[in-house]
Design a protein around this ligand. Structure first.
Ligand code: PBG
Length: 324
């Protein structure tokens, strides 16, 4: 008899749909990116990221307490560095009393249980806006790695639980792992931005940190969006070098890569739903062209369905509010 199997039976009503649902989003999925600035009483909205802010340390404290209360237990810290502290070598990045180091301490004292991850790359500190040291218009690999390793130690000393190198230099994971171990930070983890593409979706983030490259682009270190095998090679190398968590970035346009990496590796896979993805949804919703909450959830479910164990997302608070 036709049809013996009717797939619509399992879609009859909400109860059966929720019973057979394969992918569920919870607050535990999220890593919350936070932007920190110098000053007091500062909560500045980022122009290209509506309802997302840069906080000075005093207000960061409130924000972190609120996140903790909402059940959001992990943050990823970024700092906006004043221009006069920027140079080619990222000297300020290893200042033990620098903004990042103080931000780590602030988060830990506001919410001691909060898992603190930190961005490790030179771009916010670089007078050239590049992720590495520049010489003759080129980005130096091994010299940059040395700074990244020192930066990682400095973050660990300030209390970071995990460092997150986002720079795409070759060999930096091993260099960082060895440096941390040498200083006895054996429990400080590494989340590697292992398959990070040279993407135009990072535009709003560079506004947020004033970190756009001053010359050229990042294509000599970030990956070509056209490449797939390379993403697997990058990721496997980072795992061999000691990465505890790997990452694919951006999210929605790279879900084929997420699935492939998830099938290939046995460490947790994180996905960064980046600033441009956030901005697109906010902008279309503001125009009344898309349903904000529905599109937000659909994209996050798609990211998790593709294989993300962890999602770094500017929507984390919006989602928790929607779920509760
Ligand atoms: C910098 C860094 C970038 C992002 C995270 N770390 C930007 C870049 O590589 O230019 C992007 C995050 C986002 O767009 O939300 N190392």
């Amino acid at each position: 008899m036709f049809p013996l199997r009717r797939n619509r039976r399992l879609r009859t009503n909400d109860a059966i749909r929720s019973l057979v649902r394969e992918t569920i989003i919870t607050p535990n999925d999220f890593l919350v990116p936070l932007f920190v600035v110098e000053g007091k009483g500062v909560k500045e909205e980022i122009a290209s990221m509506p309802n997302y802010y840069r906080y000075s340390l005093d207000l960061l404290e409130n924000e972190v307490k609120e996140l903790w209360k909402m059940g959001l237990k992990s943050v990823l810290l970024f700092v906006k560095v004043p221009d006069n502290l920027k140079d080619n070598e990222g000297t300020e990045a290893i200042n033990p009393n620098g903004l990042m180091q103080r931000a780590i301490q602030t988060v830990k004292s506001a919410a001691p249980g909060m898992f603190v991850m930190t961005d490790v790359a030179l771009d916010p500190y670089s007078s050239y806006g590049h992720d590495g040291i520049v010489a003759d218009g080129k980005i130096l690999n091994d010299e940059t790695n040395e700074v990244l390793a020192q930066m990682s130690i400095s973050h660990a000393q300030a209390g970071a639980d995990m460092v997150a190198p986002s720079d795409m230099m070759d060999g930096r994971i091993l260099e960082i792992r060895e440096a941390l171990d040498e200083e006895n930070f054996i429990d400080t983890g590494i989340m590697s931005y292992s398959a990070k593409y040279a993407s135009a979706f990072y535009g709003p983030f560079r506004d947020a940190l004033d970190s756009a490259p001053g010359f050229g682009d990042k294509k000599t270190y970030q990956m070509d969006p056209a490449n797939r095998f390379e993403a697997i090679r990058e990721t496997e190398m980072d795992i061999d070098e000691g990465a505890d968590i790997v990452m694919v970035k951006p999210g929605i346009a790279y879900l084929d890569i997420v699935r492939e990496i998830k099938n290939e590796v046995d460490v947790p896979v994180s996905v960064y739903q980046v600033s441009g993805e956030y901005a697109m949804i906010k902008a279309a919703a503001a125009k009344g062209w898309l349903d904000h909450d529905a599109v937000m959830m659909e994209q996050l479910i798609a990211i998790k369905r593709a294989g993300a164990d962890i999602i770094a997302s500017y929507f984390a608070k919006d989602v928790v509010r929607l779920l509760s």
